[in-house]
Design a protein around this ligand. Structure first.
Ligand SMILES: Cc1cc2nc3c(=O)[nH]c(=O)nc-3n(C[C@H](O)[C@H](O)[C@H](O)COP(=O)(O)OP(=O)(O)OC[C@H]3O[C@@H](n4cnc5c(N)ncnc54)[C@H](O)[C@@H]3O)c2cc1C
Length: 298
């Protein structure tokens, strides 16, 4: 029986692992199918205090730090959590393992919200992407669209503007209300970024006899481009939880709906700002609550 199983190897989960390991609690991190979650996608991380480098470098550092306190990391995902009569939990994994634990920290983060218009699925991986830092490289000297108007969309547009020839941002509102001022200013200063406000895409199709895509807007304007990067928000990764745990409309969980011994941290927690600094803060907080809970049980 483990003291704590942490679901997720993003900054929230790894921070929780550092705290739990350092408190001498037997700690296992279920990393999911890849290490680092969304942070691993960040090519240049500029706003996490004390860090200058990529997101993946930060994650590798955090993992080593957690392992130095005997936390273990396994690459598997939870598919179910069973509540046992004695107040413990059994975590069922996609590799068939069933792991018993006295407490669980949910730090499974979020994923990009999928675009549900004609052509979006068909052209996924063939021009439609959800990760500018992963796929931007393929659009060197080309024309791309970015869909969305929050920090992620503007960051993607800035990243792509250094690689692509032209970047058009398509946003359904009249201004980038939700984005940070520093990003809005940088976008405005870029000569190869054009902002199309008050519009949205209704379909994506292939341009006949070419590798190009045609993005059709709500007012039937056809925009020719080589790639479309979608940054329209996130949904929490909580499919492994039973219906009995209440979630908000983004699938996120409030700490006060969880049973004793279960804690939540990072982007999967409702009402937090989705940033590394908050993931780290809530990871620390969830771990300290878990440690206090474990000490009170013993
Ligand atoms: C492209 C991009 C750029 C960003 N840029 C910045 C930035 O510049 N600054 C900033 O502060 N933030 C940035 N963010 C946001 C930041 O990355 C997130 O807020 C942060 O990673 C959230 O951390 P987390 O640990 O809560 O979740 P995540 O990073 O989402 O990690 C979730 C983890 O859970 C795992 N998982 C999922 N389901 C399961 C399961 N069933 N079982 C076990 N494990 C599971 C995943 O594999 C992953 O390891 C960016 C995000 C993206 C996508």
């Amino acid at each position: 029986m483990l003291d704590v199983i942490i679901l997720g190897s993003g900054p929230a989960g790894l921070t929780a692992a550092i705290y739990c390991g350092r408190a001498n609690k037997s700690t296992l991190v279920l990393a999911g199918d890849s290490l680092g979650g969304q942070t691993a996608e960040i090519a240049k991380l500029e706003n996490y205090p004390g860090w200058a480098g990529s997101g993946m470098e930060l994650i590798q550092f955090m993992k080593k730090q957690a392992e130095s306190f005997n936390a273990k990391v396994e690459f598997t995902s939870a598919t179910d959590i069973k509540f046992n009569d004695d107040g413990t939990f059994t975590v069922v994994c996609d590799n068939g393992k069933k792991l018993d634990t006295k407490s669980v920290i949910l730090a499974t983060g979020a994923r990009a919200r999928r675009l549900e218009i004609d052509g979006a699925r068909e052209f996924f991986g063939k021009g439609v992407s959800y990760c500018a830092t992963c796929d931007g490289f393929f659009y060197s000297g080309k024309d791309v669209l970015v869909m969305g108007g929050g920090n992620s969309a503007l960051n993607d547009a800035l990243y792509l503007s250094d690689i692509a020839k032209n970047v058009k941002i398509v946003y359904r509102k009249s201004e980038f209300f939700r984005a940070e001022a520093v990003l809005r200013d940088r976008v405005a200063a870029k000569e190869n970024i054009e902002c199309l406000f008050n519009t949205d895409l209704k379909s994506i199709s292939a341009k006949p006899d070419s590798d190009k895509l045609i993005a059709t807007t709500l007012n039937d304007e056809q925009i020719e481009c080589d790639g479309i990067f979608v940054a329209i928000g996130h949904e929490a990764n909580t499919d492994y939880l039973t219906e009995s745990i209440k979630r908000d409309d983004l699938g996120r969980i409030a700490p006060d709906v969880l049973p004793n011994g279960m804690f939540v941290a990072g982007d999967v927690e409702s009402n937090i700002k989705m940033q590394i600094a908050t993931a780290v803060g809530t990871g620390c907080s969830a771990a300290m609550d878990a440690i206090a809970y474990l000490n009170s049980r013993n």
